[in-house]
Write a protein that binds this ligand. Structure first.
Ligand code: AMP
Length: 190
């Protein structure tokens, strides 16, 4: 079974929800850069203080802050046998960085799961999440901007991984269980 995985998809596609389920199914840690940044903001660490203004504006946190964080997290013992990265890489530079990190470990990616969803559905889901969770980056204006940033900076990564033959594309629309099943079936079929 595949062990070193990425989850890619636009904000609101359900990456976090699926990551939480896949981690149990696959027995590898889910590593979400967004969650790590949010924890740092909450604890008012130096990293959190630096990251917050980008997050609140719907911008990506600079690679100089993000890459080191991922490098050290992937070096922890629980990630040695596999991981599910949620929300990283998001830029082409981050792709290169991840390639470097894995090369130094003598490992490589097994698959990249793309969760697709249409724009209208995403906006609605993000509004719902804003009401439920009160995330400071889930306001109308910031939501729209985050979708634009995704299209500009992260969408190109899909072709990179498709060309490498790693991409597993699933429809993110529908019940959470159903989407999890699509992902697991897609991975098993590889
Ligand atoms: P997420 O929970 O994955 O939607 O991430 C929330 C926010 O954290 C993003 O809008 C970015 O500001 C920041 N962030 C998370 N992952 C990354 C990343 N790989 N590169 C840059 N910024 C990130």
């Amino acid at each position: 079974m595949t062990q070193r995985l990425l989850l890619i998809g636009p904000p609101g596609a359900g990456k976090g929800t699926q990551a939480a389920r896949l981690t149990t199914e696959l027995g590898v840690p889910a590593i979400s850069t967004g969650d790590i940044f949010r924890a740092n903001v909450k604890n008012e660490t130096e990293l959190g203080l630096q990251a917050k203004r980008y997050m609140d504006a719907g911008e990506y946190v600079p690679d100089s802050l993000t890459n080191d964080l991922v490098r050290s997290r992937l070096g922890e013992p629980d990630a040695a046998e596999g991981f599910l990265l949620d929300g990283y890489p998001r830029t082409e530079d981050q792709v290169k960085e991840l390639d470097d990190i894995l090369k130094a470990q003598g490992t490589s990616l097994d698959a990249v799961v793309l969760i697709e969803a249409d724009q209208e559905e995403l906006v609605q889901r993000l509004h719902k999440r804003a009401q439920e969770q009160g995330r400071s980056d889930d306001t109308e204006e910031v939501i729209r901007h985050r979708l634009e940033v995704y299209t500009e900076q992260t969408q190109p990564l899909i072709d990179i991984y498709r060309e490498r033959g790693l991409l597993v594309t699933v429809d993110g629309l529908g019940a959470v269980d159903e989407v999890t099943k699509r992902i697991l079936d897609g991975l098993a079929a590889r």
